[in-house]
Design a protein around this ligand. Structure first.
Ligand code: F6R
Length: 637
């Protein structure tokens, strides 16, 4: 029974199915969801205050709760929400970890919450990453006892790791475990690597509250945002309880809610294959999604699917609506077929009724927005090349400098060359000294950041010149939100959106290409996309915008599902090679780059695999057999 769900049922999409063993609600955006979670916490604080009791909160760090904390701070500042009666216990801390270190959870909590609210400092409890090894065990017991002395946690906020950890309870954790030290899973360390500027700097151990500690909380809310969490969210909500996915223990807690955004929920059965769990309203997109799924499941191309295949797999209602499998198959086949074009800017003088792009104007003005200086060639190098070759007026706009992804060794190399060419240069001296003497992970000096940004600039010029684009068509926007020198970026501001508006207004494009990545709610790609959406909103009323179509590509990590693709641009084997060479110009991003994520393949390998896979998917659905395909989804604003 869910006792305190603050109107989640009304606000989000809630319709549990027989597959689901944990109450969960899905929201369009993590922003909207976070506001409701913060509201639940605020209500609890106020209720406890009226009862004159302390409100005991278990808190998490990481990217998931950031917006909840932002909203709580706002409520404190604007609505007078007081934290005077709040006692907090944080889930975990790296070990060993100096609390003044930028990567410590102590630092995180103060930066995101405690410095901005009126919580008495003695009410804040965060595991101490500096306790000596000898004292550690007793320290953990005391932490646990302290929670109990307050009558346990009234509310526990959680995120979830891709290993299924909650807190740092990694696979293998026992259901009754208490606060203790733990060895971090490799995947967890990989996920933390970017904040530590490389996996080698990520601690191997942590102190964490146990599964038992968490499960004793009276109320638990777990936040899951972004596509990278979709797989583990499905396993946790629909799978068997298992120590291999510690979050599944929450299935046995009767007052837990998972609050998800659309992307994180996308693997749940009721979202991914709704026809298996309920009767559906068959929109065109859902039809294609279902038929593509059936084709993949039965390993048959569209045109070979039979009435029996549909009936056996929960899709008889679709068949009833469409007549026969024969009609439906042809309809879906044509729909996919019509997405394929070798003319991404539109084919001149052709009937464009069923083509993804308009034939007119024959020569289009095109802006390719690239979040980092290499996303353009990585994600749409083949299409980029075709647009230039087919005579369109192409501009590329690099949204951020990408400076933090250049290693110190790479920067030192260039600083030394610069010094050798100009021995009197004070700037080179300063940079060399900084890079040689740095200890730990301090933020790069302004000059070092500038040098790293310039390295990425000249690499992108290498690639755009190779594709035949004049330098004058290349713009570096250096959006200010990115320029913090750290992995954590600023929020999007008017300054960023103004820059985006200026370039769009200046060029008045017929086509805009942009990275449509929603994978990480706090990642650079997502902020860059938000900056575009905001600019489009502002410019919408301008006349030239009536002729502007927006195409979204996906970055290095994910591809659109086949049913989502509105334009598929095939590449010949030669074009695949040309794209590879364009990517090679980004030398600072080769050979074990800094922000590689959990995939050790280099970007060009990843993207070649991905483009080949998209082509294979098309072929398996019964369409032509291409070497590679770049895929785009149209965004209607
Ligand atoms: C943080 C914690 C972890 C995170 C989890 C998800 O205090 O205990 O369990 O909640 O690793 O991290 P994010 O939110 O960064 O995806």
């Amino acid at each position: 029974m869910i006792k305190e769900d603050i109107g989640f049922r009304e606000a989000g999409k809630f319709e549990e199915t027989r597959f689901e063993k944990i109450h969960n609600v899905i929201f369009e955006s993590s922003q909207e969801a976070s506001i409701l979670v913060a509201r639940e916490i605020a209500n609890l604080i106020q209720r406890k205050n009226e009862l004159n009791e302390p409100c005991v909160l278990g808190l998490a760090t990481g990217s998931s709760p950031i917006k909840v904390y932002e909203e709580l701070v706002r409520m404190h500042k604007e609505e007078g929400l007081s934290f005077a009666n709040v006692v907090t216990f944080n889930l975990d801390e790296y070990y060993p970890m100096d609390k003044n270190d930028m990567q410590s959870y102590y630092h995180f909590m103060h930066e995101h919450l405690f410095h901005h609210v009126d919580i008495p400092s003695e009410n804040i409890n965060i595991p101490d990453g500096q306790v000596s090894a000898e004292e550690l065990q007793q320290y953990c017991i005391d932490y646990e006892m302290k929670i109990i002395s307050y009558g346990g946690l009234d509310f526990q906020l959680l995120g979830i790791g891709r290993t299924g950890h909650i807190g740092f309870n990694e696979p293998g954790s026992h259901v009754n475990s208490g606060t203790r030290s733990i060895t971090l899973d490799h995947i967890t360390r990989v996920d933390a690597a970017s904040s530590f500027l490389g996996i080698d700097n990520v601690p191997r151990k942590a102190i964490t509250m146990g599964i038992g500690t968490v499960r004793n909380a009276k109320r638990i809310v777990l936040l899951g945002w972004g596509i990278s969490k979709a797989g583990i969210i499905k396993k946790t909500i629909e799978g068997k309880v298992s120590s291999q996915v510690p979050a599944t223990y929450l299935q046995e807690h009767d007052n837990t809610t998972f609050v998800l955004d659309t992307e994180a929920s996308s693997e749940l059965t009721r979202v991914k294959t709704p026809w298996l769990v309920k009767s559906c309203v068959w929109t065109d997109e859902l039809k294609l999604k279902a038929v593509a799924w059936l084709s993949e499941l039965t390993k048959k191309p569209f045109l070979k699917l039979t009435d029996k295949d549909y009936n056996d797999n929960g899709m008889s209602s679709l068949l009833t609506e469409e007549g026969t499998a024969y009609d439906l198959n042809i309809k879906m086949f044509n729909k996919m077929q019509q997405t394929i074009t070798g003319w991404p800017g539109g084919k001149p003088n052709a009937d464009d009724t069923y083509r993804p792009e308009r034939s007119m104007p024959e020569k289009k003005r095109v802006i390719i927005f690239s979040p980092h200086p290499d996303d353009d060639v990585i994600s749409m190098g083949g299409t980029f090349d075709r647009l230039i070759e087919q005579g369109h007026e192409v501009y590329v706009a690099y949204q951020t400098s990408g400076n933090i992804a250049v290693s110190n060794e790479e920067a030192l190399k260039f600083a030394e060359i610069s010094k050798a060419l100009n021995p009197d240069s004070k700037i080179s001296d300063g940079i060399i000294e900084f890079l040689q003497n740095r200890t730990g992970n301090e933020i790069d000096s302004l000059e070092v950041r500038k040098l790293k940004g310039l390295i990425r600039r000249s690499e992108s010029f290498g690639a755009t010149r190779y594709l035949g684009l004049p330098d004058s068509n290349v713009h570096f926007l250096d959006l200010p939100f990115y320029e913090t020198g750290t992995v954590k970026k600023n929020n999007l501001s008017d300054a960023d959106v103004d820059i985006m508006c200026d370039i769009i207004e200046g060029i008045k494009p017929h086509q805009i290409y942009a990275a449509g990545d929603l994978a990480d709610p706090h990642g650079t790609h997502k902020v860059c996309l938000d900056s575009l959406f905001e600019a489009l909103k502002r410019l919408k009323h301008k006349d030239f915008m009536d002729d502007c179509w927006v195409w979204l590509y996906r970055g290095a990590w994910h591809e659109w599902e086949s049913y989502q693709i509105d334009m598929a641009v095939p590449m010949s084997p030669d074009q695949v090679l040309k794209k590879r060479h364009a990517i090679f110009y980004h030398q600072s991003q080769k050979d074990g780059v800094m922000f590689q994520g959990d995939d050790s393949r280099e970007f060009w390998v990843r993207v070649e695999d991905r483009n080949r896979l998209t082509a294979e998917k098309y072929h398996n659905l019964g369409l032509a057999d291409y070497s590679a395909i770049e895929a785009f989804k149209r965004y209607h604003f």
